[in-house]
Design a protein. Structure first.
Length: 315
């Protein structure tokens, strides 16, 4: 059961923020401690665990071969092949027993938001062309499984944490290098996985075997996967980043900003408004300032996540 803030509690939070002080000791520009663990699940093709504030998210990825036969190609003009992120990635969400207070309706909402976010990405944000084995006939599809280990459902930063965890898991995802064995003209070729190829390697050629193992997989280029950041607009135009639920309850408005970054180029994917306490409108310049601040925080989160992924690859 969620308990709202009293008038006095809300006034106390707002007065502290106006002085640059928050209830948990952070400044208005400070984010909570972010911990990212890469590949905590060795059996998955890619995985990550992200602890951000009160949230603890575990994400694993799996690969599945999908295909269209020649007859399907002949009779269909519209095929669901991986020409866009929404057709190449599917999501599933669940919560641990410790988070049993989390409703299935909330899970459905998170799933819809995540699917819409990836559907809004341009096709070049993630290199899905590399997932093709045979153009428009045979390709890899990525299934992303998200487990919410611990959370506070009332906080918008849950979705922020999920996007960071999904991005880190995608970046650590390894796709096997396969061989295609020709069959009849109307049939798809047989797919030979790396473990089947290794059996053909001479056991005495240790050095060649090590080189073969290194070349059995390639990493998904998910640098352009989006990150979502929540910011609050408070009284007197004060912008608060990474708010907790009490700060969201005390804000004039709560904005969710989605950002993707490819190289040094940043792209704004979308802006949503969760709530507005006052019925009056917000100043346009204030909204722009909030979006800019959210982009700065998104860049900071992306850099932290990338450092963790690259550090794991070096190890």
């Amino acid at each position: 059961m969620e308990v709202g803030l009293s008038v006095g509690e809300s006034a106390y939070i707002r007065s502290g923020i106006s002085c640059g002080v928050r209830c948990d000791g952070r400044g208005i520009d400070d984010i909570r401690r972010l911990v990212i663990s890469c590949n905590p699940m060795p059996h998955a093709m890619g995985s990550s665990r992200v602890q951000f504030g009160e949230h603890d998210i575990l994400v694993g990825t799996q690969l599945q071969l999908e295909s269209h036969s020649t007859s399907t190609l002949t009779h269909s003009s519209s095929l669901q092949s991986p020409t866009s992120p929404s057709r190449s990635i599917s999501f599933s969400l669940d919560f641990a027993r410790s988070s049993s207070s989390f409703s299935k309706t909330s899970l459905s909402l998170l799933h819809r938001r995540l699917s819409q976010l990836y559907a809004s990405l341009p096709s070049n944000s993630i290199q899905f062309q590399n997932l093709f084995l045979i153009p428009h006939r045979l390709w890899w599809r990525i299934h992303v499984h998200i487990l919410i280990l611990q959370t506070s459902p009332s906080s918008s930063s849950l979705f922020d944490t999920i996007t960071i965890a999904v991005r880190s898991a995608l970046q650590s995802t390894k796709v096997p290098v396969v061989s295609l064995q020709p069959t009849d003209a109307d049939q798809l070729p047989n797919v030979i996985l790396p473990n089947e190829l290794v059996q053909d390697i001479d056991e005495d050629e240790n050095e060649d075997e090590e080189n073969a193992e290194n070349e059995e997989y390639w990493n998904v280029d998910a640098e352009g996967a989006p990150v979502h950041v929540t910011v609050c607009i408070m009284e007197k135009g004060v912008i608060v980043v990474d708010p907790d639920w009490s700060e969201e309850e005390s804000a004039l408005a709560v904005l969710g900003v989605s950002v993707s970054m490819k190289g040094n180029r940043m792209r704004l994917c979308g802006v949503t408004q969760k709530t507005a306490v006052q019925s009056c409108g917000l100043n346009v310049n204030l909204i722009r300032t909030a979006i800019t601040r959210a982009q700065d925080i998104a860049q900071e989160l992306i850099l932290i996540a990338d450092q963790q992924v690259h550090r794991k690859e070096i190890q």
